[in-house]
Design a protein around this ligand. Structure first.
Ligand code: TYM
Length: 333
């Protein structure tokens, strides 16, 4: 029996990066899982609160992300889908783990340093403690595997350290989870600055493909993506980051290998290539968008999240009471 845990922040429109780097892998792990495996995929709304959010927009984004999960193929009969804040044990474990984490190790987190710089108004203390909440999300279910994109690697390292630290201070309690990062697609880059990752929060709209972008917008964004002037289609992320990113997107969207694509386009120009990349992305996203619209307005959505919350709570409570007992915060033995 294996346990798989992952989550995504409902902090805006999801990008193609979120799909290729994360959701696609959740779905394939789910589809390859055996009957007794446990898969927990959640909407990380507490994480979204680490930077200011418009409450009405956040509420909408939470539902929207649930509909996206379902539209992308997560199946509530195989995966437990829930909203993080509805399982209050997440907040509680985060505090317990904060008591064994060090400010120094949190200050070293690259995402914290980046986000802190971008923050114009005060930097909330939750931005610093965010990776501890994430460790809690994972340890609460005693995960074996955590599928994520490349940018979460450091947070997973911290999670592993905290699991080991807890085990050595309070006796064996947690498995030390493994980070699963796909070989291709774990870091989809911005279409406008292909040395930077594609991000939900990029203020430049045309830098990202959003999962809910209409067809014509996807075409325009890919057609205007930044490439280079040497006119050769080959995979070389250092010298040709734009073309390499498009090759990655094309490969992940179709299942064709990058080598196959390079061979296929060896005599083509960038214009034709970009047109085909756009077709591949559109073929991938249009069926998801159709299902999304169905789920967003369906009654099932709330039922699925209610059931997911109840199932997750059952597991979370067990872990938390074990932890508390080991830490000594229990009145009766
Ligand atoms: P978040 O919401 O920023 O991103 C969700 C997932 O998408 C991946 N991702 C990408 N993959 C490839 N290319 C990109 N350009 C790209 N951008 C994002 C991320 O690596 C991630 O897997 N802290 C997490 C959410 C979280 C979580 C957890 C994940 C909270 N608790 C516990 C796993 C386990 C986050 O902010 O992801």
């Amino acid at each position: 029996m294996k346990t798989i845990v992952s989550g995504i922040q409902p902090s805006g429109c999801l990008t193609l990066g979120n799909y290729l780097g994360a959701i696609k892998n959740f779905v394939s792990m789910q589809n390859n899982a055996s009957e007794d495996d446990n898969i927990f995929i959640f909407i990380a709304d507490l994480h979204a609160l680490t930077v200011p959010q418009d409450p009405a927009a956040l509420r909408k984004n939470i539902r929207s992300l649930a509909a996206i999960y379902l539209a992308c193929g997560l199946d509530p009969n195989k995966s437990t889908l829930f909203v993080q804040s509805e399982v209050t044990e997440h907040s509680e474990i985060a505090y317990l783990l904060q008591t064994i984490s060090y400010i120094g190790e949190l200050e070293r987190m690259t995402q914290y340093k980046d986000k802190k710089q971008k923050q114009v108004e005060g930097v909330s203390s939750s931005l610093l403690t965010y990776p501890v909440l994430m460790a809690g999300d994972i340890l609460l279910y005693n995960a074996d595997y955590v599928p994520v994109g490349e940018d979460q690697r450091q947070h997973l390292e911290l999670t592993r350290n905290l699991a080991e630290r807890f085990n050595s201070r309070f006796s064996e309690t947690f498995k030390v989870p493994e980070c699963l990062i796909a070989k291709v697609g774990a870091k989809i880059m911005s279409l406008q600055e292909p040395t930077k990752k594609m991000s939900k929060s990029d203020p430049l709209e045309k830098a990202s493909i959003f999962l809910l972008d209409p067809e014509n917008v996807i075409r325009k964004k890919i057609a205007s993506s930044v490439t280079d002037s040497d006119g050769v289609i080959k995979f070389d992320p250092i010298n040709k980051p734009g073309i390499s990113n498009l090759l990655t997107i094309y490969s992940c969207s179709t299942g064709k290998s990058i080598d196959e694509l390079v061979e296929q386009y060896k005599n083509s120009g960038y214009g034709d290539f970009k047109k085909d990349v756009a077709d591949a992305v559109i073929n991938l996203l249009m069926p998801i968008q159709e299902k999304y619209n169905y789920y967003l307005n369906s009654k099932e959505l709330d039922e699925i999240l209610d059931n997911g919350r109840d199932k997750a709570t059952y597991f979370a409570r067990k872990t938390l009471s074990k932890m508390k007992r080991k830490m000594g915060i229990i009145r009766k033995k």
